[in-house]
Design a protein around this ligand. Structure first.
Ligand SMILES: Nc1ncnc2c1ncn2[C@@H]1O[C@H](COP(=O)(O)OP(=O)(O)OP(=O)(O)O)[C@@H](O)[C@H]1O
Length: 341
């Protein structure tokens, strides 16, 4: 969900451009959103911060007329006879009214197919890994494994990559402090070790035929943050890939290394790296907005923020295509009631 200040900035800009001191400069704007989903991400923020920065807490909210969409089209368009029941259970998860024990829920087979190990989860989503690179692009882009944490997504990606046939290629980033005088306080080994969300890893390991996701807007609307691609060729200084989703689907593109300067550190450094990550598995936050045919959800580490479980479970249209790994039977369903009221 967009940070309220991003929307307020658009409001102020439109008032300036149009010289009309009314909300959005007098233009009618359509917002679409679901407050059951993940709230704005506030680095090192608290629960109160996440709620404070959502649109409902903006001074603009009083000018917004709410209308409700009542049919879950993703579920309705699927071929599952129990679609309505699935849709109702998803809403209960989203609203926190699904039976729970101090915020922890047990997911039953009306909601998903539970699996008992990570290997089983990988098999349920991707089948036999030795043939996965020969599958058609539409097959590949309709499935993914989702997990709340970046670290766990890397673990699953590396596990799958190790079973994919073919030679792997490693791309190592170059890291430098923006202020060279600070270099002695932040040695290169330390900068190399930093692994944060939204920033490509210091070492990216890839093979031909694997799916990758873009981490930056390179050339909108075809190449945006979140666009998924399939690796076609791995050159020393460029990755050749085919776009899997969106308006550029099917097109071949060349991805270069680019300088990336993260803004959520107390110091500024630059990483030169390909802005991509392997995406057999991705975080639930990254999957928000996507529709999948088959989804695996790995809850080895439980969800930690509002709406994550709801987003993860609502990417598919049928419980038959939703495979969930919960080692401890119960898992966290975090719902901030104050964000919904
Ligand atoms: N009116 C409609 N007719 C046909 N298909 C629809 C309609 N509305 C949505 N869909 C389909 O339902 C799926 C979900 O739609 P969409 O991604 O726009 O919803 P969303 O509210 O953004 O979902 P979410 O926020 O949960 O990701 C898509 O596959 C879309 O094509």
């Amino acid at each position: 969900m967009a940070h309220k200040k991003a929307i307020e900035a658009v409001d102020r800009t439109l008032r300036d451009i149009r010289h009309i001191d009314q909300p959005m400069g007098g233009i009618t704007v359509l917002f679409c959103g679901d407050f059951r989903q993940i709230l704005p991400v506030i680095p090192r923020g608290t629960r109160a911060d996440e709620v404070r920065y959502c649109l409902k807490r903006s001074s603009l909210w009083q000018h917004i007329i709410s209308m409700h969409l009542t049919t879950n089209m993703r579920v309705r368009l699927g071929d599952d006879p129990h679609a309505q029941q699935f849709s109702n259970l998803l809403l209960k998860i989203g609203e926190g009214s699904y039976p729970n024990d101090e915020g922890k829920v047990a997911l039953n087979d009306e909601l998903c197919c539970t699996v008992s190990s990570l290997q089983e989860l990988i098999f349920a989503v991707y089948g036999d890994l030795s043939s996965v690179t020969h599958q058609h692009n539409t097959w590949l882009c309709k499935r993914s494994i989702l997990t709340p944490w970046n670290d766990q997504a890397s673990v699953i990606n590396n596990e799958i990559l190790s079973h994919i046939q073919g030679e792997s290629r490693e791309y190592i980033s170059i890291n430098r402090m923006m202020d060279q005088e600070e270099s002695t306080n932040y040695p290169i080994e330390f900068l190399n070790s930093l692994n944060v969300s939204g920033l490509p890893s210091h070492i990216i390991k890839l093979k031909i035929g694997v799916p990758i996701i873009l981490l930056r807007n390179l050339s909108p609307p075809k190449l945006c943050n979140g666009t998924r691609l399939k690796v076609v060729n791995l050159q020393p200084n460029v990755i050749e890939a085919e776009i899997l989703i969106g308006c550029g689907a099917g097109e071949s593109v060349l991805i270069p290394r680019i300088p990336l300067i993260p803004n959520n550190f107390p110091f500024q450094f630059k990483r030169i790296q390909f802005p991509v990550a392997l995406c057999y598995a991705m975080t639930i936050n990254k999957a928000q907005g996507q529709t999948l045919g088959v989804a695996g959800v790995d809850l080895t580490a439980s969800c930690f923020s509002h709406g994550q479980l709801y987003v993860a479970l609502s990417r598919v249209s049928s419980p038959r295509n939703l495979h969930v790994h919960i080692p401890d039977e119960l898992t966290n369903n975090v719902v901030y009631a104050e964000a919904l009221n």
